[in-house]
Ligand binder design. Structure first.
Ligand code: GAP
Length: 494
């Protein structure tokens, strides 16, 4: 299936089966803002739980917090977001449409790469390779100009490549300008006394400002980490790719505080550990790659992205950043409060260095859904047939077990409900008695339920049920008494 089709089909599927809806849909939606439905919110919660447990339960030296979204406005001065958290933008004078400059240029590079795929398929390898080189050079030039804040150079690059607006079709561009991505609001009820505050654009700062609170109250010894999940907000100008780039989204971040000088080693450690976490979901390594940052942000001494092969191509899902002591040092300076740690191992006070792992929860939901979504042709010589199945990792599936009585009578619903009552405290179940068994199986396939159990007349005779496996669609008879234990064992996280 072509990637563009796959994305559109996935978006349609998410809506049809209660995973993800456009926000305020009855008012025609709000751009780049989405709501999670009954199955989407379960899937998202399961991913969040898996990350949270992997960090806080599986590591003695990582604890979790839940900091407020609103923070003192000086936090964002100290973090550099007030002055630096902006993207170069350009407007088309005819359509009045605003674009992120790097997205316009990346879009052209993507087109050249797609043309290269077509050329390769047509056997013109030389053309394919020259198109790929051109795309790589464009990306490299863009990255350099962005890093140098060379706005004139960026505009020239857009014009010299004849990039036009997708709405007006013209190349009538304004100059490139910076646009801050933070949302602001006011705190306090009397307008004249109200202070401007920001909706946090990353959760990390809530961790930095609580560093000493947690270290002291938890008697934490370096190296240690603080983990947090929560909403973040960015006024993204160009929202693209469904829930890939949103204005309101959720992050799962962990700041790992280390001795100065050991950051390189910990950076490598977390790079490897985070990739292992992704692969632990059963996803092929070929779907992932690292992208090392060549030009580093002013606070970083090393940084990379973990990229996944989304339907739009390889894109960032997680960042690993060695942030030095920039944030703590800056908060110490702006707040006037000491943020040093006394290391009893070396008898020294210092401001710790930080290695951060930062993953977007919504992006992870999109990754899991893209990976799991399959349209299968099941036609045989006599019959046309197909199904859409979400082959979700069982531990992440919204529903773990569907219990389906073959008929609505003869005591079968009662047996089914007894089984649900037994399983419900352990994992999420679903009961359904309407429609044929085949239709009920297909509905469960579409929401990714790994196990369906059918209760039939034989159940009353010998205490066995049919268990049906989502991915292979095979069925076998097992003891009713074993269902809860089997499903629990195969769907738990650890
Ligand atoms: N504290 C570091 C930080 O925020 P980032 O690379 O800007 O780093 C980290 O963001 C992760 O947050 C990204 O890898 C991505 O998964 C997610 N993310 C960032 N902006 C997003 C957006 N507009 N919509 C959805 N997810 C986003």
């Amino acid at each position: 299936m072509a990637n563009e089709n796959k994305l559109q089909n996935l978006i349609g599927h998410c809506k049809e089966y209660g995973f993800i809806f456009q926000s305020s849909e009855i008012y025609d939606g709000l751009s780049a803002v989405y709501d999670y439905g009954q199955y989407g919110s379960e899937l998202k919660k399961n991913i969040r739980d898996y990350w949270w447990k992997s960090m806080t339960q599986m590591h003695d030296n990582i604890v979790g917090i839940d900091a407020a979204i609103f923070m003192h406005p000086t936090v964002w001065k100290a973090s550099g977001h007030v002055d630096n958290f902006s993207d170069p933008m350009i407007d088309n004078r005819d359509s009045k449409k605003r674009y992120r400059v790097d997205h316009l240029l990346e879009g052209l590079a993507d087109t050249w790469n797609q043309q290269a795929d077509v050329a390769e398929a047509a056997g013109t390898a030389d053309l394919a390779s020259s198109l790929r080189d051109k795309a790589a050079e464009l990306i490299a030039t863009t990255e350099k100009l962005m890093a140098d804040n060379d706005f004139e150079g960026l505009k020239t690059l857009i014009e010299s490549n004849n990039i036009t607006c997708s709405v007006s079709g013209t190349g009538n561009w304004t100059d490139v300008r910076q646009f801050n991505l933070m949302f602001s609001t006011e705190i306090g009820s009397v307008a004249e006394e109200a202070d401007t505050i920001y909706l946090r654009p990353e959760t990390a700062q809530g961790i930095f400002v609580n560093f000493l609170n947690v270290q002291k109250t938890g008697r934490m010894k370096i190296p240690f980490g603080i983990a947090q999940t929560g909403k973040a907000f960015r006024n993204e100008i160009v929202a693209r790719g469904f829930i890939f780039r949103m204005r309101e989204f959720e992050q799962m971040e962990m700041q790992f505080f280390v001795q100065p000088g050991s950051q390189k080693e910990w950076y490598e450690h977390w790079k490897e550990a985070r990739m292992k976490w992704h692969l632990s979901l059963g996803i092929s390594p070929s779907r992932y790659r690292f992208h090392d940052h060549v030009k580093l942000a002013h606070y970083a001494d090393a940084a990379c992205d973990i990229e996944y092969d989304f339907p739009m191509g390889f894109k960032e899902v997680e960042g690993i950043h060695s942030r030095t002591d920039f944030d703590l040092k800056s908060h110490q300076q702006y707040s006037g409060k000491k943020l040093t740690y006394f290391d009893t191992d070396i008898n020294q006070h210092y401001i710790p260095y930080v290695v951060e792992t930062s993953i977007g929860l919504d992006r992870m939901v999109m990754l899991i859904l893209s990976e799991a979504y399959h349209e299968e042709d099941l036609s045989t010589a006599d019959k046309q047939d197909s199904r859409v199945v979400l082959s979700l990792p069982p531990m992440l599936a919204p529903i773990k077990l569907a219990v389906l009585p073959l008929t609505k009578k003869d005591g079968l619903p009662e047996l089914a409900k007894n089984l649900i009552a037994e399983c419900r405290p352990h994992f999420k179940c679903f009961y359904e008695e309407k429609d044929s068994i085949g239709k009920r199986y297909r509905r469960q396939d579409a929401i990714g339920t790994p196990y369906c159990v059918t209760i039939d007349h034989q159940t009353k005779e010998d205490g066995t049920v049919t268990i049906r496996y989502r991915d292979s669609m095979t069925q076998e008879r097992i003891a009713l008494a074993d269902v809860c234990k089997i499903v629990d064992e195969h769907t738990k996280m650890f």
